[in-house]
Design a protein around this ligand. Structure first.
Ligand SMILES: Cc1cc2ncn([C@H]3O[C@H](COP(=O)(O)O)[C@@H](O)[C@H]3O)c2cc1C
Ligand SMILES: O=C(O)c1cccnc1
Length: 356
């Protein structure tokens, strides 16, 4: 763990990560060899079951019930014309999540996952949404083209919002955590965070987000370049990067992945923004990504770069570029299948099938 800050709000980050269980991993691998199929014939579904066994400390892994937290917040940089959509969409989508009408709402219902929405700092939340968890670190971040995006205290609050979501999932008996995000402008924040941490040029990371045209992408790239000139020196490590360039929802996701790794709760990672949050977490405390599986490769071009930096090879590549946790949720039934096959298939001995 790097010495980032003496702010007491970060003390929880000193807790050690949970260990992976080598005995359960071995037992699961042995079981896979005995199931009625040629060894290896279920491909990555076999590896998924074995990795989940190591994480859950059980020869018989299970991802149900799965838990989804969608973190929502606004971005000061949205005022600089970096998104195809206006900032109000963040609050409007929070209402849509609460009413069950968003893509992630449908997928959560379809696969039987519980879904909560956490307001980490929407600029102007719509009134009368009792089902939204309030964990507000502010009324959106400040525009990082003018100064730091947030204060130290706000960063601690936003990361604690993620920590608490992981703890709610854990207390509810969830076996898998999915984090999603909603925040107009957050692909700009995620791009500049990744540039600062990976020391890459804006051109490598910046893409269309919600659907900018060429001129829009050029404007966004210029904004990212300006932010790097302003903050790059102080943003080479995750604490400084999140403080100066972050979003509250990205910091919350970072905190959630860190807490999942401390608790020993496997996380299924979504697209570009979620992966950048995980990059922050992994740079903060090495080993967090060992607790993560990767749902999909987003069409946002920067995602491939961040996945490579994390050494990740996601399950799906469907051309999705939505966020909200939707790409992770789309991969959830594959994890369910991996566990069901692992736990439910007969062994050669049980079925009386001859081995090779
Ligand atoms: C209706 C709507 C629903 C969404 N759900 C997720 N996002 C996604 O788009 C945003 C990031 O793109 P950018 O940086 O270009 O603003 C985030 O809120 C992200 O989750 C959405 C965007 C829109 C418009
Ligand atoms: O991959 C993502 O997370 C993504 C891409 C574009 C827009 N919003 C989210």
């Amino acid at each position: 763990m790097q010495a980032a800050s003496h702010h007491p709000g970060f003390a929880w980050l000193n807790q050690s990560l949970a260990p992976l269980n080598a005995a359960a991993e071995y037992a699961a691998r042995e079981r896979q060899r005995q199931l009625t199929k040629p060894p290896g014939s279920l491909g990555r579904l076999e590896d998924l079951a074995v990795r989940l066994a190591a994480m859950q400390g059980s020869e018989r892994p299970c991802v149900d019930p799965a838990w989804i937290s969608v973190f929502a917040a606004d971005h000061g940089v949205a005022a600089s014309g970096v998104s195809a959509y206006p900032q109000e969409v963040t609050a409007q989508m929070v209402a849509n999540f609460a009413h069950g009408g968003a893509a992630i709402s449908v997928l959560a219902r379809l696969w039987g996952a519980s879904l909560e929405v956490v307001d980490v700092g929407v600029a102007r939340p719509l009134p009368g949404l009792p089902s939204v968890v309030a964990a507000r670190a502010g009324e959106g971040t400040a525009n990082f083209l003018a100064g730091a995006a947030m204060t130290e205290a706000q960063l601690a609050l936003a990361m604690a919002a993620g920590r608490e979501a992981a703890e709610r999932a854990w207390r509810a008996g969830s076996r898998l955590f999915i984090g999603g995000e909603m925040g107009i402008g957050n692909t700009t924040s995620a791009s500049v965070l990744a540039c600062a941490l990976l020391k890459l040029d804006a051109a490598v990371l910046v893409g269309p987000g919600t659907g900018l045209d060429q001129a829009g992408v050029a404007r966004k790239r210029e904004a990212v370049e300006r932010a790097l000139r302003l903050h790059g020196e102080d943003a080479g490590q995750p604490h400084g990067a999140l403080l100066r360039l972050g979003g509250f929802e990205i910091a919350a996701l970072c905190g959630a992945y860190l807490r999942c790794a401390q608790l020993g709760l496997p996380a299924l990672v979504d697209g570009f923004i979620a992966s950048v949050a995980l990059l922050c977490a992994e740079r903060w405390v090495e080993g967090v990504s060992a607790w993560c599986l990767f749902g999909h490769r987003s069409k946002e071009p920067g995602h491939a770069v961040v996945l490579a930096a994390l050494g990740a090879d996601p399950l799906l590549d469907l051309g999705m570029r939505l966020g909200e946790g939707s790409g992770a949720a789309a991969a959830l039934p594959l994890l369910q299948a991996a566990c069901a096959l692992h736990n439910g298939m007969a062994t050669f001995a049980e079925a009386g099938v001859a081995e090779a």
